[in-house]
Design a binder for this molecule. Structure first.
Ligand SMILES: *[C@@H]1O[C@H](CO)[C@@H](O)[C@H](O)[C@H]1NC(C)=O
Length: 289
């Protein structure tokens, strides 16, 4: 065999070995046709009533989670990751959290990660961009040329090859005329209700954006359970997380969703994602062994 042919073969096998989020098969799938099991309120780590997760964001990523949500609030002119109020729980500046993600992504070049940020305080989106730049994470951000229809998303393989493998969404007050890579969540997704106390998750209702059509939107299923400790006071239900995050419980709800919308959810958000079988459920929904 010619040396050249051998070299070509070697390249071909490298290309074949390309692996996206742990699976060759996912390289050819459009972002909009992949299901991610995500960590809800990923920065609220601990065992206090206002915490939603047990592992650090780096460990969540290490455990296979590729979809992270985080809640932001304004404090002394800075963006902090606080739960409802910075007086209740403040887990530090956004840029530190982004720095942890940047570090992890640097070391894991075949992984596509999504970040969904809330912006209940209507902080200027340019300030968010500054935090990403400080952390160096803006360089990975995927920028669509224009608003994408569902079938116009690139494949995970393209995102990995182009090194644009961080997708950023914001629930409210995104402005792509100012920051083109912080995408308006509700242009792209609808969500089912959150903060339910129904252990059976016996619904797959479109909750937000209100009165919108599910057609043409990806969708997020909020599969995290709350418990009411006082009238009107809900906290994450850690005691039942093993059951809530079992394959059986997740698929019972997502099967219901499938029968309603004729497609698998794009995102299933969990509290205490390190408990239960999040990754097994994700592989199942993606039809991966
Ligand atoms: C991906 O496409 C397949 C085949 O059309 C479909 O069954 C599945 O529900 C889709 N998954 C998502 C997340 O859109």
């Amino acid at each position: 065999m010619h040396a050249f042919a051998a070299l070509a073969l070697a390249f071909a096998s490298v290309a074949l070995a390309l692996n996206c989020n742990g699976h060759n098969e996912l390289c050819d799938r459009k972002y909009s046709n992949v299901t991610f099991v995500g960590a809800h309120d990923s920065s609220f780590v601990g065992i206090l009533p206002a915490d939603n997760q047990l592992q650090s964001v780096t460990d969540q990523l290490g455990g296979g989670v590729r979809y992270l949500t985080a809640q932001t609030h304004e404090k002394d002119d800075a963006i902090e990751l606080c739960h409802t109020s910075c007086l209740l729980l403040d887990t530090g500046p956004l840029q530190d959290y982004l720095g942890d993600i940047k570090k992890w992504m640097d070391g894991n070049p075949n992984e596509v990660v999504t970040l969904l940020l809330t912006n209940g305080d209507a902080i200027d989106v340019n300030k968010f961009a500054d935090a990403f730049k400080t952390a160096g994470l803006d360089t990975y951000a995927y920028t669509p040329g224009a608003e994408l229809a569902m079938d116009e998303w690139p494949t995970l393989g393209t995102m990995v090859a182009n090194k644009k493998r961080l997708v950023v969404f914001m629930d409210y007050h995104a402005d792509t005329s100012k920051v083109p890579w912080i995408l308006d969540e509700f242009k792209y997704y609808f969500e089912t209700p959150f903060d339910t106390t129904d252990k059976n998750f016996a619904q797959c209702t479109l909750d937000r954006p209100q009165n919108a059509s599910p057609d043409g939107r990806m969708y997020i299923v909020n599969h995290f359970l709350d418990i009411e400790i006082f009238p009107g006071v809900l906290i994450p239900n850690m005691a039942d997380a093993g059951t809530t995050n079992s394959v059986a419980s997740i698929l019972a709800q997502t099967d219901l969703c499938y029968s309603k919308y004729q497609r698998t959810p794009n995102v299933v958000l969990l509290d205490f994602v390190s408990i239960g079988d999040a990754m097994k459920a994700q592989a199942n929904m993606n039809n991966l062994a």
